[in-house]
Design a protein around this ligand. Structure first.
Ligand SMILES: N[C@@H](CCC(=O)N[C@@H](CS)C(=O)NCC(=O)O)C(=O)O
Length: 192
């Protein structure tokens, strides 16, 4: 497997997932300043010209959520994803997709200053998203109780990123979740 990577990009999330899977992989460094992510060769891997991107044999996967879902299924021995047919599968897929479709843009609006949420826009405001995540976390320690899954990689990475970005402390339950995630030996490292 090849992970197209820049340490200052969302590719750090895919790297975290690869490490949790115990995967053997090669890092292909991408220099944004040289626009290596816009070359014709790279656009054949990710037509959107963005990181992360993963190549596994003949499979080319882009979008961080898709990469996480793909790896969760490719490494069943890592036990990071409910199997097809399992009762938890639907909620698992929902949480992974939610991470980039609602959590990430809502967090972006809150931290970077965005438009006011409208019901038609597709994602809500950050406080509502936090209500949802807190509810899904329940008593934890992870989104599926004691079971750490790729949903924790995708949802948790957003809150880890927020802490490292230097945002104000969040709700205690979410900060405690970040503390737990960062104690994992494979935990995401930004800039590493
Ligand atoms: N929704 C995409 C977002 C990808 C994305 O925006 N990546 C940024 C780096 S974090 C990028 O490659 N930016 C360079 C550019 O768009 O030119 C995902 O989750 O994979």
């Amino acid at each position: 497997m090849k992970l197209y990577y820049n340490p200052q990009s969302r590719a750090v999330i895919s790297k975290w997932m690869l490490d949790e899977c115990g995967a053997q992989y090669e890092i292909v460094p991408i220099d944004f300043t040289k626009r290596e992510h816009k070359t014709p060769e790279f656009l054949k891997i990710n037509p959107a010209g963005k990181l992360p991107a993963l190549v596994d044999g003949d499979s080319k996967i882009f979008e961080g959520a898709a990469i996480c879902l793909y790896l969760g299924d490719q490494f069943p021995e890592a036990n990071l994803a409910p199997k097809i047919g399992a009762a938890e599968r639907g909620r698992y897929l929902s949480l992974v997709v939610y991470s980039t479709s609602q959590l990430e843009p809502a967090m972006g609006d809150a931290l970077l200053g965005g438009q006011t949420a409208t019901p038609q826009r597709g994602w809500t405001d950050f406080e509502t998203v936090k209500d949802v995540i807190e509810g899904e976390l329940g008593d934890g320690p992870y989104l599926f109780g004691d079971w750490f899954t790729a949903a924790d990689v995708m949802i948790g990475s957003m809150f880890i990123w927020k802490r490292m970005w230097g945002g104000p402390p969040d709700r205690p339950k979410l900060e405690a979740y970040v503390d737990r995630l960062l104690k994992r030996s494979a935990a995401m490292k930004i800039g590493g």
